[in-house]
Design a binder for this molecule. Structure first.
Ligand SMILES: [Zn+2]
Length: 161
């Protein structure tokens, strides 16, 4: 039966790992945390690298999640502005919100692509974009001239890609 590592089982393992990473000699670490030198030495050489690797992965995943969350929040705001601008008939603001929402979608696509290691999707083919586009043109149906102008501008946007 394998022996348990007294450092891994230690309630202050995180602090011990930090001390070892910061370059503290394992002898002084052993003394400070009342562990045997051999246990600290074995932990440092056999277990610490795996812990560090795992911590780095967790940190990177957390950072990516955080970024995704922020872009999603931005997207929520942009769509909220779009809705209000549509209702108020403020076309310039609505177009700016659409442009912002499109940028967010691109960013989300890139982030998702990086996280999934898949190639970046074409935002203009995404269901969200189609929904935005449709609701925008629908909201403008009472203003045929404005609708035509927006439709033309959207088409230019899409063809530019
Ligand atoms: Zn250990």
């Amino acid at each position: 039966m394998p022996r348990r590592c007294t450092v891994c089982d230690h309630p202050e393992r995180h602090g011990i790992d930090e001390a070892l990473v910061s370059g503290a000699p394992y002898r002084s670490v052993a003394k400070r945390f009342e562990l045997s030198e051999s246990a600290v030495y074995r932990h440092k050489t056999e277990h610490l690298p795996a812990h560090l690797l795992k911590a780095k992965e967790v940190e990177e995943a957390a950072r990516a999640d955080d970024l995704l969350e922020q872009v999603r929040n931005l997207q929520g705001h942009a769509l909220g502005i779009l809705e209000r601008a549509e209702k108020a008939g403020e076309l310039r603001t609505a177009l700016a919100a659409i442009s912002q929402a499109r940028g967010n979608l691109e960013l989300l696509g890139k982030l998702a692509g990086e996280l999934d290691e898949r190639p970046v999707v074409n935002v203009l083919l995404s269901p969200q974009w189609v929904t935005i586009r449709t609701s925008m043109l629908k909201a403008l149906s009472a203003y045929p001239e404005a609708r035509a102008a927006v439709a033309e501008s959207l088409t230019e946007l899409e063809e530019a890609d």
